[in-house]
Design a protein around this ligand. Structure first.
Ligand SMILES: C[S@@+](CC[C@H](N)C(=O)[O-])C[C@H]1O[C@@H](n2cnc3c(N)ncnc32)[C@H](O)[C@@H]1O
Length: 232
């Protein structure tokens, strides 16, 4: 039976990222630099080493939803200043890094991909901030203790989008604030959301300088919840 290659250890993954994904500024947010994949980064080598548990390296790029939400936090720091924030599906950690730079007291960064946790730790250090990494399926657990949940670009698949929205409903119901950054992916539940700001950004797959609109949303409060506060 062929021997299964071991997965990369965390130090190996960190060394790979440092060596092959150079730090580069984020489009529209030049004060934040991230380790980003390039054509020659050879991400397939990570895939080969990880075999069964390799997932698409979403952490190797800043996504349009995350870019809009990060830009919003830097423009409107009062949203997070002095508060504890959770960057849900953090990927590169871009949103969490922006929250920390905007003055958040503590920032948790959750991702199911263990290489994302390595990358976001390196990215946080490169930007002189601290993120507390949380692994595993963030949507399966209880409502987090954070004051505000930050969601950059998590509505790209139907099943995931449904789970994310159910989780965010639980969080909002327990009194947490929620901010979502999204460029209008197929499964974004627009009727449930209030648009707060929008920006022209470049998504990771966009060629050259092509820009697209990416917006920041909060969740509309349920009619029932509002009528309890303001009975007729
Ligand atoms: C499209 S990327 C967005 C990354 C980043 N927020 C941004 O905007 O650049 C989605 C990220 O969510 C993570 N993710 C997906 N499902 C998750 C789950 N159940 N729990 C935690 N993270 C998850 C993926 O691994 C991936 O890194």
């Amino acid at each position: 039976m062929p021997k299964r290659k071991p997965t990369l250890t965390e130090p190996d993954a960190a060394a790979f990222i440092k060596a092959h994904l150079p730090l580069a500024p984020v489009n529209a947010i030049p004060q934040i630099r991230l380790h980003r994949a390039q054509a020659a980064s050879g991400l397939w080598r990570l895939a080969q080493s990880a075999k069964q548990d390799f997932v698409a390296p979403y952490w190797a790029y800043p996504w349009a939803g995350g870019i809009a939400l990060a830009r919003y936090l830097l423009n409107e720091p009062a949203a997070v200043a002095g508060r504890c924030a959770l960057d849900l599906g953090a990927g590169s950690g871009l949103v969490g890094i922006a929250a920390a730079k905007a003055g958040a007291r503590q920032v948790f960064a959750a991702d199911i991909d263990r290489y994302a946790l390595v990358a976001l730790g390196l990215n946080a250090a490169a930007n002189d901030v601290t993120l507390t990494a949380i692994g595993g399926d963030a949507l399966a657990g209880p409502v987090p203790t954070a004051d505000i949940i930050l969601v950059g670009d998590l509505f790209y698949e139907a099943a995931l989008a449904a789970r994310v929205m159910a989780f965010l409903d639980r969080c909002a119901g327990a009194g947490r604030d929620v901010l979502i950054g999204d460029p209008g992916r197929a499964f974004l539940p627009l009727p449930r959301l209030c648009r707060r700001a929008e920006y022209e950004v470049t998504d990771f797959g966009d060629a050259g300088t092509a820009a697209r609109t990416s917006a920041v949303f909060s969740i509309k409060r349920a009619a029932a919840e509002m009528s309890e506060e303001h009975p007729a």
